[in-house]
Design a protein around this ligand. Structure first.
Ligand code: SAM
Length: 195
């Protein structure tokens, strides 16, 4: 995704905050911090680029250090879209609010368990490294608008996860090959119902 100079500047501020806070509250692994531009920011920007033109709301689940949700909020800063990050760990939620303030990027942070948040009816939901697909689809059922789309970032086991999930759920699924790893995929999921 090509980003503006303003977006680049905001992402640089975010990276500095990540470097400062991560060793204290374990936002991302120390190893991945060395290649954060690709492993976290590039990985998240590719999801932002998939945002449907008419989407007005986006909810990121289990955001941790803000991936992909906070990067999406920065990248889509010029769009009329409400972005919410749900993260139950209070220290991580405080970090995320700091990112919002310091990068001057408006997004909401809900410091609660996903299961306890009233249905968000969001046009888009996303998650990375949160749970098996079968479980993520339960969160999608709770928080996605009927015509909404979910983006779940998955590693090389994504095909097996899709097969397992199909035992409990019906859904349309398009797999976008990840730019960060040829065996990883972003699963674009819609039309969800229970079997
Ligand atoms: C492995 S981390 C991934 C964080 C981030 N999405 C990433 O890819 O870097 C999972 C995060 O989800 C949060 N989490 C796990 N279960 C949750 C739940 N039920 N409700 C809210 N947050 C949850 C954890 O606190 C943790 O920060």
């Amino acid at each position: 995704m090509n980003v503006s100079r303003e977006t680049k500047e905001r992402l640089e501020i975010y990276l500095e905050l990540l470097r400062k806070w991560s060793p204290k509250i374990n936002l991302v692994s120390q190893d991945s911090l060395k290649d954060a531009g690709n492993r976290h920011f590039g990985d998240s920007l590719q999801v932002a680029s998939l945002c449907p033109k008419d989407a007005k709301s986006w909810v990121d689940l289990g955001s941790g250090g803000g991936f992909p949700g906070a990067v999406v909020a920065i990248a889509l800063g010029d769009r009329d879209i409400d972005i919410t990050l749900i993260e139950s760990d209070q220290r991580k939620a405080t970090f995320l609010r700091t990112v919002s303030r310091e990068t001057k990027t408006p997004f909401a942070v809900i410091a609660e368990r996903i299961e306890n948040v009233p249905p968000m009816k969001s046009d888009v939901i996303s998650a990375r490294a949160l749970a098996p697909l079968e479980e993520l689809l339960g969160f999608a059922e709770q928080h996605l608008a009927p015509t909404g789309v979910a983006f779940f970032m998955k590693g090389e086991s994504w095909r097996a996860e899709v097969d397992a999930a199909q035992k409990k759920w019906r859904f349309a699924c398009e797999a976008h090959t990840s730019v960060t790893h040829p065996d990883a995929a972003i699963l674009e999921i819609g039309g969800l119902s229970r079997v």
